[in-house]
Ligand binder design. Structure first.
Ligand SMILES: [Zn+2]
Length: 127
């Protein structure tokens, strides 16, 4: 069991993405400017993004499940609003499963599925 540095996340209640009830993937992908690519390999990428409209920082993660079998691999996108770059840095070293503890927008394309789930908010503490 490792001890993590603090990750501060507050709900971005002023953000258009927070206030929109039916998000579209085009809207989410188009909402951010890239600040930094945190890490990248052929099946996953982590970035720090910034909302074009409200400036809220977002930690972004994309993962592709690779099982070397036939068919389309599962693909997972996560956007987590963070309060500062230090929090994004601390998030960037934790595992994919632990990242899911934080309030986030998720968009999933599970393996073998014909349609995507989301994008939608998960773990919101307020509305
Ligand atoms: Zn925003």
């Amino acid at each position: 069991m490792s001890i993590h540095c603090p990750v501060e996340t507050s709900d971005p209640t002023e953000c258009i993405l927070w206030k929109t009830h039916a998000l579209t993937i085009e809207q989410v992908h188009g909402a951010f400017d890239l600040l930094t690519i945190v890490s990248e390999d052929s099946h996953s990428i982590r970035k720090l993004l910034c909302c074009k409209e409200c400036g809220h920082l977002q930690f972004y993660e994309f993962n592709e499940e690779v099982d070397w079998q036939e068919g389309k691999d599962g693909q997972y996108w996560t956007w987590i609003p963070v309060d500062d770059e230090k929090s994004a840095e601390n998030l960037s070293v934790i595992s994919v499963m632990e990242i899911l503890m934080y309030p986030s927008i998720r968009y999933d394309y599970p393996k073998g599925s014909d349609s995507a789930r989301g994008p939608a908010w998960y773990g919101r503490r307020s509305s």
